[in-house]
Ligand binder design. Structure first.
Ligand code: EPZ
Length: 416
């Protein structure tokens, strides 16, 4: 996989782009599939590096998984026990490998998952995941960078999440689906990917109620059967292409989206002057005459998504005025700011806030992607900048954006 992207900016982008399946739904449904008896088939899973790593992990643990001719993904766990340990090297590459904790405990009452490395957006603790596992009867030890969990007498329980963690909510939902009795998750995450997981588990014979609200109730069942299921479209990929229209002064139709998942992004883009209308196929986003400043506070869903924070800063760095962007979800998600400044952006950091003073132009430069969404934000800045931008460590971008170069070229971008 190449690790560099070269973009010649300055062209308004026009055309339509089909949004792929949601990375963060695909990753958790792949993990959940190991709890099913039989072959699970998932449609609309994006072919991105993170998904390929999850498939590698599955196959190293005795699960047969791979892509079918029609582009769907098959997952066939073994009839008997499968491995309980995620392989260290692969698991370290991908925080989402921590989702095997709940899936393995749900499937066979035992799991050993690698403590996810802290990455460039903060320490990424697991305390709420472990609080949930222990509440449902697991004994947990942490040794040599691994979390070992085993349930002696699994039983449903009530778990209060101090923070509506997406991953912790998902791990508890998966474990509880196969744990006898009722489990109640309070202050649960409400992201659309949580609802997709609940719908998936229920289609397998699970009993999950309340997903999308902050109270989720789960009745454990003895068996979950394998199903054929299509995952939701990626709201963050969609939001990224919507900003591509606004930042380049063009007009893009994003297709195969669920508008309600995009409400926070639509509202904020309209505040910056973008003109957004619903069409048969999706949403039409037209750049406004000018880019207006707007203040952003990232929050758990249905607040403004943290995964769109860097992309918004790219847009606001070209606004006619000053914007304040507050990151409330991760404690350190401003790594990318220095790279924006190298392109001419005027941004000051003050604790959890980035003060973005808009400027009329950005200039191509050599920059480095620090994480997936930051990399996407650099692509947006490069599309709007005059001159050529070279993005190093572009591998981060390919982790989460299916066919991004082809999709951007089809909209008129010049990418080498
Ligand atoms: C999921 O990560 C997403 N990843 C992230 O998307 C997304 O940014 C994040 O949710 C928030 O929406 C996947 O779904 C694979 P969290 P997750 O647990 O589950 C704290 C992307 O680019 N926390 O909701 O790891 C944590 O420190 C990625 O697609 C605890 O304190 O996020 C953070 O500050 C990036 N203790 C906050 O919660 C815990 O036990 C949100 O984390 C767990 C989390």
């Amino acid at each position: 996989m190449k690790n560099k992207m070269v973009i010649v900016g300055g062209q308004p982008l026009y055309g339509s782009v089909r949004i792929s399946g949601a990375k963060n739904a695909g990753l958790v449904l792949i993990a959940a599939s190991i709890m099913a008896e039989g072959e699970t088939i998932l449609d609309n899973v994006p072919r991105i590096c993170d998904v390929e790593v999850m498939i590698e992990i599955l196959n190293s643990m005795g699960v047969k998984s791979g892509w079918n001719e029609d582009g769907s993904l098959s997952i066939r766990p073994p009839a008997g026990d499968m491995g309980i340990k995620t392989p260290d090297e692969m698991a370290k590459k991908l925080r989402a490998s921590n989702l095997f904790l709940g899936a393995l405990l749900g499937r066979q009452g035992e799991a050993a998952v690698s403590m996810p490395g802290g990455c460039d957006i903060g320490s990424r603790p697991m305390d709420l995941h472990l609080k949930g596992a222990q509440a449902l009867g697991a004994e947990v030890e942490i040794e040599h960078g691994y979390i070992y969990a085993r349930t002696k007498a699994p039983a449903g329980s009530r778990v209060y999440l101090d923070f509506p963690s997406v991953g912790a909510t998902e791990n508890i939902m998966m474990m509880a689906s196969k744990t006898p009795g009722q489990t109640i998750i309070e202050n649960a995450a409400k992201e659309p990917e949580i609802v997709d997981l609940a719908n998936f588990l229920n289609s397998m014979g699970g009993k999950v109620r309340g997903a999308g609200t902050d109270i989720i109730k789960i009745e454990g069942v003895p068996v979950l059967k394998a199903v054929h299921y299509g995952i939701i479209p990626d709201r963050i990929e969609a939001g990224t292409y919507m900003i591509a229209a606004a930042i380049t002064g063009g007009e893009i139709q994003v297709e195969n989206i669920i508008p309600t998942h995009l409400h926070p992004i639509i509202a904020k883009l309209q505040e910056t002057g973008a003109i957004i209308s619903e069409t048969e196929q999706g949403l039409l986003v037209k750049a406004g005459e000018r880019i207006l400043p707007a203040d952003i506070k990232t929050m758990p869903y249905p607040g403004f998504p943290t995964d769109m924070q860097s992309q918004m800063i790219a847009l606001l760095s070209l606004a006619e005025g000053t914007s304040v962007v507050v990151e409330n979800v991760f404690e350190n998600r401003f790594q990318i700011i220095d790279e924006f400044i190298r392109m001419g952006a005027k941004i000051k950091l003050e604790g959890r806030s980035a003060i973005v003073e808009g400027t009329p132009h950005l200039f191509g430069a050599r920059v480095k992607a620090t994480d997936l969404r930051a990399g996407a934000a650099l692509v947006l800045s490069a599309l709007a900048a005059s001159g050529t931008t070279i993005i190093d460590d572009a591998i981060h971008i390919f982790r989460g954006y299916e066919s991004i170069e082809e999709k951007l070229r089809s909209l008129g971008a010049i990418i080498k």
